[in-house]
Design a binder for this molecule. Structure first.
Ligand code: TNX
Length: 501
């Protein structure tokens, strides 16, 4: 991996440090290998994009991204020799890997799968000047720096999580978030769809979950409310799929179920309806492990959720079940985890499920204050003091909580996902995820402020080989990305640790 050149351009005037010139390695997350070349490629009014078969859809995405600011037609055609961006599948590459070559006459992007091509397109989009993010025609020039990139992910799972339960977020907000995270090669979005305050996904066999649990006022402090219909959920799944993001739905059980119990009091042990809750305490609600209706409920929800989810994973929560007796917790999980397999999915659960027998389940590590995690299955790393996007940057920044401490950008970047847990062999680390809990978040601007830029640190830990890990390089590339977010209208936190240009 080559560090960024240290020279600064004279082209930019005005206040603040002059931006670093774009080079082939000015990419977030850092590519596995980036080798600068001599001459770059200029996008011009005559540039064409060539693609065939399944590559056409990806080529069209690239053209659509570049047309507004360049004003160039950028037609997607079958073949061309010069002044072309060639996008094609190559059976010698696999999975999410891609190769990119840029010289004076052409740009060549190859990958073994459309997902790999999509990743390459995200890289390419960062290699043209930030003005490309504008919706109106800009002057250019549109030079892509010369060189070669050979890139592949370190971990298969690179996730983000959005909590729709504490405050509901609309399908449009979720889509906008997906669009943003997919630029950094995040490939899973976990949606936290139920909690004590609200229930956010239509389940036909238990309709009061949403008519009561998703009613207006079912958010923290009584603000918000709402839920996703199955049609809206499917639309989100489809929107995400076009960006090679897979949705992982979560229904949290056996704790965090107050909203379900308000709607169906028979889901409590004494069948007495609890009061609706709009505060942010945790650990007081529990399904009743001794009642059969509990398992009918769990199975109905899992069956319907599996049927509307094409992705391979269902998350069944399992965290902070402080009011479930331990033996009941194990009984519950050992009956419910296999239901996920019965409907063709692999279960993911928060780290507490590691106490149960759960042969194929994936454990999501979150609480750095808990005893060392021991498990024989795969692990997703979300240490709260590093990866939780809802931790405040410092005690003065708005939004978020600080129960796991404050987390500046450098804290989110400075750890190694497969070295953190001494008792988990590194082969079992499936990837990383950056959860964003919504106790304090009502709108997209608040979401963006906490997510960006820290989500990019987690994305780089998930994608880039450890050999590229370098805070100085990361902060320079991040600083250069700021103008893109500004043009996109993303409300990011301009951390004082980063040299924003
Ligand atoms: C802990 S982390 C929780 C959530 C809260 C979050 C707030 C986890 C699995 N459970 O219920 O929203 O802290 O940071």
């Amino acid at each position: 991996f080559l560090a960024l050149p240290l020279a600064v351009t004279t082209a930019s005037a005005g206040p603040g440090p002059a931006p670093l010139p774009l080079s082939i390695s000015s990419v977030l997350p850092a590519p596995a290998e980036a080798i600068p070349g001599r001459e770059g490629f200029d996008l011009t009014p005559d540039t064409v994009i060539t693609a065939g078969g399944p590559a056409v859809a990806i080529a069209e995405q690239l053209a659509a991204a570049w047309r507004p600011a360049t004003g160039f037609p950028l037609p997607v055609v079958e073949d061309a020799t010069n002044n072309a961006i060639k996008i094609s599948l190559d059976g010698r590459l696999d999975g999410e890997a891609y190769r990119l070559g840029v010289d004076r006459d052409r740009v060549e992007l190859t990958a073994g799968t459309p997902a790999g091509l999509f990743n390459g397109v995200q890289t390419l989009r960062q290699l043209v000047p930030a003005e490309i993010e504008s919706r109106k025609i800009q002057k250019g020039p549109w030079t892509i720096p010369g060189g070669r990139i050979n890139d592949r992910p370190r971990f298969a799972y690179r996730g983000a999580m959005l909590d729709l339960a504490r405050h509901f977020h609309t399908p449009d907000e979720v889509k906008r978030y997906i669009d943003q995270i997919s630029r950094f090669k995040i490939n899973f979005l976990h949606l936290h769809l139920s909690d004590d305050q609200g229930w956010r996904i239509q389940i036909d066999s238990w309709p009061r979950l949403t008519s009561i649990g998703g009613a207006p006022g079912t958010g923290v402090r009584g603000t918000g409310g709402g839920f996703l219909t199955k049609a809206e959920y499917r639309e989100i799944v489809e929107f995400a799929a076009q960006r090679y993001v897979t949705i992982v739905p979560e229904i949290d059980m056996p704790g965090h179920v107050n909203a379900a119990q308000v709607a169906y009091p028979e889901l409590t042990c004494d069948a007495v309806a609890p009061r609706p809750r709009i505060d942010i305490r945790v650990g007081y609600s529990s399904l009743c492990a001794g009642k059969e209706i509990t398992y009918r409920f769990a199975e109905d929800v899992i069956r319907e959720l599996a049927a509307m989810t094409p992705g391979p994973f269902l998350h069944i929560g399992g965290d902070e079940a402080h009011s479930t007796p331990h033996a009941d917790y194990l009984t519950f999980q050992e009956r419910v985890l296999p239901m996920v397999g019965k409907y063709g999915k692999t279960a993911i659960g928060w780290q507490e499920i590691a106490a149960a027998k759960q042969p194929n389940a994936i454990v999501q590590y979150w609480n750095h204050q808990a005893p060392p995690l021991e498990t024989t299955g795969r692990v997703i790393m979300s240490p709260a003091d590093r990866a939780y996007l809802d931790m405040q940057y410092d005690l003065l920044t708005p939004g978020g909580l600080h129960w796991a401490g404050t987390t500046e950008v450098r804290d989110s970047y400075s750890w190694d996902p497969d070295q953190l847990l001494s008792r988990v062999p590194k082969e079992l680390v499936f990837g990383v995820e950056a959860p964003l809990w919504s106790e304090t978040l009502t709108d997209l601007a608040e979401i963006e402020f906490l997510a960006f830029p820290r989500l990019v640190a987690i994305a780089e830990l998930g994608w880039s080989p450890r050999s590229t890990h370098d805070w100085n390089s990361f902060k320079a590339r991040l600083g250069a990305y700021g103008p893109r977010w500004t043009r996109q209208g993303v409300h990011f936190y301009s951390s004082p640790q980063i040299p924003w240009s």
